[in-house]
Design a protein around this ligand. Structure first.
Ligand SMILES: [Zn+2]
Ligand SMILES: [Zn+2]
Length: 116
């Protein structure tokens, strides 16, 4: 069976970006790995142009954010991008600064990249 894997872009509260490797299993996306990224790298690889819809889960092996160690992330309802999520119920998007209330980490999300 062919593995489908991709990378989504996320931003840490420390204002650094990183890539989250996701792997498709059945109809869900599983976060399996995270690694530090530079913005020019992300642009070159096209990570800023990717978008996904579906359920997102975290693999047991997932190491978390390379900067702050957060294993969870949330998708901003305003810009659709992914930020680190520290587990509190109030979230601030690290991309556009909009505030929101975190919904479940494992619910369906629309993720899009780009627009540094
Ligand atoms: Zn982080
Ligand atoms: Zn946002």
């Amino acid at each position: 069976m062919k593995k489908t894997a991709s990378v989504i872009l996320a931003k840490c509260a420390k204002d650094k970006i990183y890539g989250i490797r996701i792997e498709k299993r059945e109809n869900d996306w599983i976060r399996t790995w995270a690694f530090p990224l530079k913005e020019d790298m992300a642009e070159k690889e096209g990570f800023d142009k990717t978008s996904f819809t579906g359920n997102f889960y975290t693999d047991e092996e997932y190491p978390g954010c390379p900067y702050c160690g957060a294993k969870k992330c949330f998708v901003c309802g305003n810009c659709g991008k992914v930020s680190c999520y520290d587990g509190t119920d109030r979230v601030v998007c690290n991309w556009c600064g909009s505030r929101g209330t975190a919904s479940s980490d494992s619910s369906t999300m629309d993720v899009s990249g780009g627009g540094f």
